[in-house]
Design a protein around this ligand. Structure first.
Ligand SMILES: [Zn+2]
Length: 76
């Protein structure tokens, strides 16, 4: 299985949408665990990295193109 690539600030799609109907999550913390936030209702979820990688389908919007200032050090 191919290892999934994702970065802080990416908007990702999961295999199952959030109960609110949105399936676009923003990665807001990376580490042993991944914290992601539903872009629809703002609910945030903490998942172990292995579980996150299993549930994630793909990156919808890479961090560098969605205007996240945290992912663009040096740009003012
Ligand atoms: Zn939601």
């Amino acid at each position: 299985m191919q290892r999934k690539v994702f970065n802080l600030g990416d908007i990702v799609e999961m295999k199952k949408p959030h109960p609110c109907g949105t399936n676009a999550w923003k990665v807001i913390r990376m580490g042993m665990d991944i914290r992601m936030k539903c872009t629809g209702c703002g609910h945030s979820v903490l998942l172990p990295r292995s579980r996150f990688e299993k549930r994630m389908k793909r990156v919808l919007i890479p961090a560098e193109s969605n205007g996240d200032e945290n992912s663009r050090p040096g740009s003012l």
